[in-house]
Design a protein around this ligand. Structure first.
Ligand code: PXG
Length: 411
């Protein structure tokens, strides 16, 4: 149980300090309880607490949208607010289908996701997502969804940064196009780097191929940047890190440093403009939330972007990435470690599962790590880490050093 947090540390109910190796749930990129954000929320709550998101507006939401576009890849021009990553995904999928219809291609309704993808927990997201337990309990899901194969292949074990093998996995999209016809497919959605299912990296050339094939067939490409957005890979967005421009990006988490629920779908001008051809009094897109662009969330967003900028945190993540990489890979050879993966300030250490008891070894590591004062995250038998971008080299040493001690004592 956590009762307080400051910068790189949580305080537990029994008064211990725990080093945050996960930025909460991949979201507190600037660390905890940062003053600019706290003050902005307090001030905004006292000034304009709420303004309707339908028909009405308020300047803070527009200011934040402009600030997001300032740091987004060139070509990204518009922002649609949501309240979470899951809502961003639903919104982007709906925009994709409605976009084609608005342009007279209403037959384009199919959505393509990827195995081991995570796109939140609403119906669209679990349908395009590729996690069996998030899908199998919930009926027939969305119709008209296909999946690309995931990109996690054994040849890439212990690769540092972006792996060499597997760009050809993107070619599977051609198979799906041949099966259904391009004119039935609205969009492909992928995480540029899959976080939740254990840090699965895109092989060199893979995203470029996906972009080329989607473009060739008039299919929209959506990058789910809920984890990779806001500095995690050392650029504002993964789209910049990989230099591949999608048609839409879904974001949340780091947008407000995790402090207040808020998400945003960022689109190109072309996607936005397709909806802007009706009469002035008509609604362009029948979609939106009560809390879209909530003033307090928007104020938190601006203060978060200010903090990232003033402290140069995206650049800092890029600068620290090589140190982080070497620290992580120093765990190679540690008992039960069968793979290590990294990119930006993200890392994964995969453990050999205990025979017949999958997930148990990593979960024991999680518990022991917590006892020893570090917070890590596990998914299956994979340990995932994504510290706040304010982490110091000494704290990286402590995080990885403590993890090594934990792994050495595990069964
Ligand atoms: N897309 C991606 C890529 C995500 O990582 C979502 C969408 C959904 O966001 P919301 O805000 O609706 O949770 C996510 C969320 C984990 C973990 O343990 C990861 C997420 C959420 C909870 C746990 O890795 N990612």
């Amino acid at each position: 149980m956590f009762v307080a947090a400051k910068d790189m540390h949580y305080t537990t109910a029994d008064g211990r300090q725990v080093l945050d190796g996960t930025a909460g749930l991949w979201c507190c990129n600037a660390g905890h309880c940062r003053p600019l954000i706290t003050e902005a929320i307090q001030k905004q709550a006292a000034e304009l607490d709420y303004a309707p998101a339908f028909q009405m507006g308020h300047p803070v939401a527009f200011e934040l949208a402009n600030r997001i576009i300032d740091i987004a890849p060139k070509g990204m021009e518009h922002v649609f607010y949501t309240n979470s990553g899951s809502e961003s995904v639903e919104t982007a999928l709906k925009i994709a289908i409605a976009y084609h219809r608005a342009r007279g291609e209403g037959s384009r309704t199919r959505l393509i996701g990827r195995e081991r993808g995570y796109h939140g927990v609403n119906f669209g997201g679990i349908s395009v997502g590729g996690i069996v337990n998030n899908r199998k309990f919930f009926g027939s899901l969305l119709a008209g969804v296909d999946h690309l194969p995931h990109t996690h292949i054994p040849q890439n074990a212990f690769a540092k940064g972006q792996p060499e093998h597997g760009a050809n996995l993107a070619d599977d999209l051609e198979r799906i196009v041949a099966l259904h016809g391009a004119d039935t497919i609205a969009a492909v959605i992928v995480e540029p780097m899959a976080g939740s299912t254990g840090v699965l990296l895109p092989p060199k050339g893979y995203l470029e191929k996906l972009r080329a094939i989607t473009k060739k067939h008039g299919i929209l490409l959506i990058f789910d940047e809920v984890i990779t957005g806001f500095g995690r890979l050392g650029s504002a967005f993964a789209a910049q890190h990989f230099d591949v421009l999608p048609d839409m990006m879904t974001t949340a988490k780091g947008l407000t440093n995790g402090v207040i629920p808020m998400g945003a779908v960022i689109t190109t001008g072309a996607v936005h403009d397709a909806f802007m051809n009706g009469p002035e009094h008509m609604i362009e897109l029948f979609h939106g939330y009560t809390y879209s662009g909530n003033p307090i969330a928007a104020a938190a967003g601006i203060a978060t972007l200010d903090t990232y900028k003033e402290e140069g945190l995206f650049e800092r993540a890029a600068e620290l990435a090589p140190y982080w990489q070497e620290a992580l890979h120093s765990l190679k050879g540690t008992r039960n470690v069968i793979d290590i993966r990294n990119m930006g300030l993200i890392g994964a250490v995969e453990l050999e599962p205990i025979a017949g008891e999958p997930t148990k070894r990593a979960f024991s590591a999680f518990l022991k790590a917590y006892e020893k004062g570090i917070l890590i995250r596990t998914t299956g038998d994979i340990i995932a880490m994504s510290p706040p971008l304010i982490i110091s080299k000494a704290e990286i040493d402590r995080l990885i050093g403590t993890l090594k001690e934990v792994l050495d004592t595990l069964e």
